[in-house]
Write a protein that binds this ligand. Sequence first.
Ligand SMILES: Cc1ncc(COP(=O)(O)O)c(C=O)c1O
Length: 443
Amino acid sequence: MTSTSVTSPVTTPVTTSADSAAAPAANAPSQTASTEHLFHNYARLNRAFTHGQGCWLYDEQGTRMLDVMAGIGVNSLGHAHPKLVDTLKDQAERFWHCSNLYHIREQEQLAEVLARHSFADKVLVCNSGVEAVEGMIKLARRWQFEQGHPERQRIITVDGAFHGRTLATISAVRDAKLTLGFGHLLDGFDVATPSDTTPQEVASAVEALITDQTAGIMIEPVQGEGGVVDLIDSLPLLRGLADRHGILLLLDEVQSGVGRTGKLYAHEWAGVAPDALATAKGLGGGFPIGALLATQAMASGFPPGSHGTTFGGNPLASSVAVAVLEELTTPAFLANVIERGEQIVEGLQSLCRKYPQALVRHRGRGLFCGIEANAAHITNLQLMHALLDQRVLTVPARDNVLRLLPPLIITAAEVEFLLRALEGAVESLLLESADASARETAT
Ligand SMILES: Cc1ncc(COP(=O)(O)O)c(C=O)c1O
């Protein structure tokens, strides 16, 4: 990095008056537990948390940290939300599991709430994001089969997407990082590689791949892992393509859904509806759950016995998700997401102007935010670590982007804390690099 002149460095962590940690639960796991017996498939940071409250997490040393990753977009209502805690306790005392061979009233209630607030007529509840996406891929193929088009089995995806880690979903994007060593991939996916992210370019790259074997187009309205790439404006063109060619529009809203962009589902910004949609992450506010939403017509692609899950839609997960949706659909809730999103955009834009050596631009919508770091000088990982020193948790993405995915209940004061911490992180990185260049010049 080149040497920079930096005024008023903010190198110490910003603090607030509410820094005292609440006590962890008496039955918290031992702090001497280790990763010895765990697979090493995650590159974990050396930190563990004992408990959380609202947008804050407390680590084992009692340090209070602002959680601006929310378990990668999961803790939509923050930590220990009283309504979710009460709902879970209440359901835990009644019953936890019941087979889908019987009616599950809590699941029926969840399906009703999801349908009432979306394009969908029908809901299939499962346990995770990838399970919802996998179900959507199967449904698209099976629906075409039921329509008398067994040859329509292929699904078009968009380069940079992330749809999960099953064999089908890694086959869907063919990213070498995900597929290395896993042998034969599943056939039936065509990856569009638009040269830029304009709606016209995305649509024409997709259209070029449509054949008489295409079942549908699958896309994340905002690519999360791919670097917070907003593709929402291409949805009307893709809807048009799907209609003209008799194929399906399939949305992976696992990360962009459940209020993250300021609408319950991101595609609502585009004013068009899909045929099916995968949702998860924020839906359970931290309790594992996913769901496949579809129109009446498309849901007919799964006749009895064609698809299923043991745990999907169990009473615990379903009742918590109903409570999450009740909160999210109160009139003021999404207005706060939009306002806080605007506050972050304003703050980030001003930091980008002030520190062009470090920050390039803001990406995303609502509280689905990314900061593109200036690759000539700093990496997103350096920024993430500098923010940890400022007591803020964030998560990296592709393209040297750092994702900001706070709980949707974040307040104006907490956004202010985040922005000050970000400025402190940037200034400390620039100071470090100025010191390094000075040492180089001296030797
Ligand atoms: C857009 C998208 N689809 C699917 C998945 C997979 O979800 P899960 O990790 O719950 O299986 C993710 C996870 O990050 C995601 O972001």
